[in-house]
Design a protein around this ligand. Structure first.
Ligand SMILES: Cc1cc2nc3c(=O)[nH]c(=O)nc-3n(C[C@H](O)[C@H](O)[C@H](O)COP(=O)(O)O)c2cc1C
Length: 331
């Protein structure tokens, strides 16, 4: 299996299969650890506020913890002020991230409305200053994650990537939708191809990869150096295993049997509960449980039940009932 190396100062070598995309409120430590164990070749933290770090928000610092099981792992920072961003790198140094990723793609008003995230694509000069500032203190490679542009009238990802490379970015990750598109329509993979042709640093392609075949297609059509997957991993860490297998042998793995799905779901939720405690952990786990159960017979009934899960034992009980009812169907 081939690899891609990012950066020259403490470079990071990553298997060219598929990485897990940063996803706030979804790809937490348990999620990342599980996806790594299923073959995700690289993971990134949820976005972390540079200002939150400065004002010593405890929760913000928690988001930066990197465990050995998650490496190679990037910590993603967001902010619109080069000095705060620089300071943030120093504040998170103790977590020893393998990569610092700068968020220049977040579309939500809370972030973009303050000039950070995707709003930086409208202000390339400020974005360059941020890359230079972060790079000047970062002990590890620095990457940027962008969109295709702000809106249909301003699709500037190719030019923007060249500027970020010149400012020192060690790789460009791109989700080629505009900010205004949010998550609607399709991502335009041709933009990934154009960026790859325009820069010499590695390009990480992202957007709408839902299977091993999609992953291969993105590599082939865009020439990107690494594929990154977000939503298709919901309740589906197997996607990474399936990509590994397909790239090794050309074989498409069948979907996991129900028993395996339930077992992995329980393992995942156990990890969440271990990290967050049972109360908060079960609340956070509900969406994951609903994703694992998607497509099952009577899924709607069980998904309804998810909304009131407060104890891990309730989930174990629900799991037993699901498996029993399947066994009865098969008799
Ligand atoms: C719930 C959710 C949270 C996200 N949070 C982040 C984030 O914190 N930082 C970031 O750069 N992108 C974030 N994204 C965007 C994803 O990293 C990715 O670019 C996008 O989902 C497209 O990839 P996909 O089609 O494989 O899901 C988020 C996406 C979702 C759905």
């Amino acid at each position: 299996m081939s690899t891609v190396t990012i950066g020259s100062k403490n470079p990071v070598t990553i298997k060219k299969t598929a990485a897990l995309a940063p996803m706030a409120s979804v790809a937490d430590s348990a999620y990342r650890t599980l996806c790594r164990s299923f073959g995700a070749s690289y993971v990134v933290s949820e976005m972390v506020s540079s200002k939150g770090l400065f004002y010593s928000d405890r929760k913000t610092a928690e988001l930066c913890t990197v465990t050995d099981a998650e490496r190679p792992m990037g910590i993603q920072l967001f902010g619109e002020d080069p000095e705060f961003m620089k300071n943030a790198v120093t504040l998170i140094e103790r977590f020893e991230a393998d990569i610092i990723d700068i968020n220049m793609g977040c579309p939500v008003p809370k972030v973009a409305g303050n000039g950070a995230g995707s709003a930086l694509m409208k202000d390339p000069q400020k974005a360059e200053k941020i890359v230079r500032a972060v790079k000047s203190v970062s002990p590890c490679p620095v990457t940027v994650k962008i969109r295709s542009g702000w809106d249909n009238d301003c699709i500037n990802a190719v030019e923007f990537s060249k500027r970020m490379e010149a400012a020192g970015a060690d790789a460009i990750a791109v989700h080629p939708r505009t900010r205004n598109q949010m998550y609607s329509g399709h991502s335009d993979w041709d933009i990934i191809r154009q960026i790859k042709q325009a820069v010499s640093v590695p390009v990480i392609g992202n957007g709408d990869v839902k299977s091993a075949l999609d992953c291969k297609k993105m590599y082939d059509e865009t020439g990107c150096d690494l594929v990154m997957i977000g939503r298709a991993s919901y309740g589906n860490p197997w996607i990474f295993k399936s990509i590994d297998k397909y790239f090794e042998t050309g074989e498409i793995l069948p979907p996991p049997a129900l028993k395996e799905r339930i077992e992995v779901m329980l393992t995942h939720v156990r990890m969440i509960v271990k990290n967050l405690g049972e109360g908060q952990g079960m609340r956070e786990a509900r969406k994951n449980v609903a994703w694992y159960l998607k497509g099952l017979p009577n899924a709607a009934k069980y998904r309804n039940e998810c909304g009131s899960l407060v104890a891990f034992s309730q989930l174990e009980d629900m799991s037993r009932r699901i498996l029993q009812s399947q066994a009865q169907c098969e008799e």
